[in-house]
Ligand binder design. Structure first.
Ligand code: HEC
Length: 151
């Protein structure tokens, strides 16, 4: 019994210790993963932006659904920025992501702190509140793109 428990504990430790890259079969998959997450997030964020900027009629339900998607998706791209994926595919990632990891992390944490506020604002059904939360979130996107994404 004791040995079994020990082995189970060791297996858990091993699983925790394996590198994030183990989640992806090949580097291109990690790149595709982070780009896809960004793409879905960007699509829904764009829908909110169109309403915030008066380019589409305000639909509180669409805003709420899209903001919830943005909040969920904003947690995902980061796992795709694993070591060994600095180049490859058609990535626009800048090498600074890997040389200034603390700063990159700060940027993605800022976004993850902002998106629940966007979701909360969308829930109120108040367009003015949505506009404010949209521009604050857009700033978080832009700050990171300016420093860490190639044009
Ligand atoms: C912490 C940094 C960071 C933040 C914050 C961030 N992005 Fe990105 N984004 C990137 C990087 C880096 C890429 C390039 C990824 C690649 O090509 O490998 C990217 C790529 C994209 C793409 C292109 C995806 C594709 O199809 O290749 C879109 C769209 C996008 N981001 C939208 C957004 C939106 C919208 C937000 C805010 C809600 C946001 N991003 C916030 C770093 C960030």
């Amino acid at each position: 019994m004791k040995t079994l428990a020990c082995m189970a504990a060791a297996a858990t430790l091993l699983a925790l210790a394996s590198p994030a890259s183990a989640q992806f079969a090949k580097p291109e998959d990690a790149i595709k993963y982070r780009q896809s997450a960004m793409f879905v997030m960007g699509t829904h964020f764009g829908r909110i932006g169109a309403m915030a900027n008066g380019k589409a009629p305000y639909d509180a339900k669409v805003a709420e659904t899209s903001a919830a998607v943005v909040a969920d998706m904003s947690k995902l791209p980061w796992a795709g920025f694993v070591a060994g994926t600095e180049t490859g595919g058609n990535t626009k990632a800048k090498p600074e992501i890997w040389t200034e990891q603390a700063k990159f992390k700060e940027n993605n944490e800022k976004l993850m702190a902002q998106t629940p506020k966007l979701a909360a604002a969308a829930k109120t059904g108040d367009l003015a509140a949505l506009k404010i939360a949209f521009s604050a979130t857009a700033e978080a996107c832009k700050a990171c793109h300016d420093d860490f994404r190639n044009k």
